[in-house]
Design a protein around this ligand. Sequence first.
Ligand code: PEP
Ligand code: MN
Length: 337
Amino acid sequence: MLVVMNQNVSESQINEVINYVKEKGFDTHLSKGILHTIIGVVGQGQLDPRNIELIEGVNEVIKITSPYKLVSRQFQTMDTIIEVNGVKTGGDNLSVIAGPCSIESLEQMDETASELSGIGIKILRGGAFKPRTSPYAFQGLGEKGLKIMKTVCDKYKLASTCEIMDASHIDMFLDYVDVFQVGARNMQNFTLLKELGKINRPIILKRGLCSTIEEWLMSAEYIMAGGNRNVILCERGIRTFEKMTRNTLDLSAIPIVKKISHLPVIVDPSHATGLRDKVEAMSMASVACGCDGLIIEVHNNPEAALCDGAQSLYPIQFEHLISKISQIAPIVNKKFL
Ligand code: PEP
Ligand code: MN
């Protein structure tokens, strides 16, 4: 439930509510907006809203009927804006993350980062622990890859985003990675989500291969319930009967999620289509329908990529895509680059 406080509420009145519900065994999450202070009350058990309404400073108590609470717009009406390396995602900002699927070598990362930073990119992607269908496929360079990522990011003043597959890797990632990515296959790895709730780094939460929007939001709720509010949702296509593309990009998820949640939503057109020549069109469509950012695979030499080469853009193609996006962004009132 949500406890909406009066506009001129005092700290002691807020604390009185928090102490009251905590005594009953519930957790609280405070949201201080421009107009209202809202206390989100989550947990299991019996709590009579009438008793809370009697506490001084309380305006009203609202029951949230949806299973997701902290991610909902009822809890926080204002858009969440997440800033990384001077780049904002959410609100009226559009961000672009780019880089190869996997970190393969220092040379590959250096060349790609050099191209991307020349185009104005400030957040570099690249996986060091890869969730591959086949155990015989390239699994990533592991910690050595994270070190390469850090070296290159330091050189070009970039922030990094890398996929984390295992909760036991969190401490290692904290040393090297600015934005943690939870991949589609791990969207419902609840142990991982709970641990990521305990840290403060931004988390890109990809939608599961076969997950509904509600399941996706519930996974975000896991992270937020732990106390980490820096969640960026990423639509990366879902599995359907269609075989012409790797996945089916669910563009309608963007306006749906933007309406019911305050969290930023970005799109990964690379994994959604699996086809390099479809990435630009789907990027434009995603921006047009209101996404807050894009994460795109770009490789200095896609033909030689150890993973996802067919969907990776050549830097020159990416530069063209950026110019297209720059034209669409202002039409949908988004600031870009
Ligand atoms: C990736 O970003 O390289 C990746 C594996 O993505 P997803 O989890 O969306 O398949
Ligand atoms: Mn990939």
